[in-house]
Design a protein. Sequence first.
Length: 445
Amino acid sequence: MISWDVEIAEAIRHLQALIRIPTVNPPGNEKPAAEYLADVLAAEGYDPVVLESAPGRGNVVARYRGSGEAPPLLLLSHLDVVPAEREKWERDPFGGELVDGYVWGRGALDMKFATAMQLETMLLLARQGLPLKRDVIFAATADEEAGGRYGIGYLIDHHPEKIRAEYALTEFGGFPLNVGGKRIYLCQTAEKGICWVRMRARGAPGHGSVPHQDNAVVKLAEAVAKLGRATLPFHHTDTVAGMVEGMAAALGGLRGTVLRGILNPTLSSLILRRAIRDPQQVRYFHALLHNTVSPTVLRAGSKTNVIPSEAEAELDGRILPGQDLNSFLAEVRAVVGDGLEFEPILVAPPVATDHRTPLFAAMAEGLRRRDPEAVAVLPMMVTGGTDAKHLARAGIPCYGFTPVQLPPEMNFMQMIHGHNERVPVDGLAFGVRVLYEVVVEFCQK
Ligand SMILES: [Zn+2]
């Protein structure tokens, strides 16, 4: 028998302790947090290692041994957090205070609560001594908020044997969303790729007092303006289809039919423009159905009376699963026309994991067991990038699964990186149980 009250109280204490260890990235300085976790794991009989990727950048890895009949499952979290503007918070962002049923602090949701839940899962596995067919690997890493080079990226490059697994569970997912008064859970199965490119226009140099038609600044400005107004072509993806179909089914009726219509290439734009009212939702759905491009940096000229011979813009391009740099550039060229040069700055491929797997089914079942009113557990795509990109590079498919319940007014994705980040104790209690049960269920089979 597991005494859940005791386990949950323990997970909360560990969460508070983790929030009180400042790991703002930059500089990160995750080592004290990694050492804290190593101490807790060692006290329970584990043999954790703290691996330093750079001075102060700590990563901790521990392993629960199964029989080895099936490959390992990796529980991955990151220890670093984004900065907090202390004066804009109602509570100390690094105080880890427990007030009115919430644990407050930077990282409460992104993602120290998940570290605490994954830790509790490890502690429980050791205490229960359950025979599993798979190893369960715990890895709490540095640097996710700055690209993961000193965290999971470092482990993949330098200690791949320590984290090799059939699947990884990490952010984002397992949180509820209110859709037309019904509760669904979203679990990340895909994320968009990154195509940051420099776009350059060339022209004839000249004196500003004698304008001419071959001005690089004007050519670039025209291209930027076109991109700003353009909609790149519609693309269908498995993840977004699964997500929208599921949401439409939950909504039902006319609203469901309308929502489903955004998957129809000919109706999609019209519905997004006319039928969905919340502009934030419109932008999100648009980003899930198209490659996108945001011009973000402009550079040209150095003197008011000199027409420069070149002008450049940096473009933040994001591409859907199935797309790559070339297909993205072809779409951009179709908008801006000929005569511009493109040079990649940073390219990271999109990530997509099939959601029709035994692990996803176990996640869905685990959520429904503890929340029978939930109407659906759906795959989700995020528009930004997470450590899943590194895992994909290592061939480890991953799901966003850090189960938590939140009150209806709290939107998980809006709360992270915001002021007053906090996690409800009840929601965490739910997550601790669901995560443990899913891990046991999946690893015993
Ligand atoms: Zn995160």
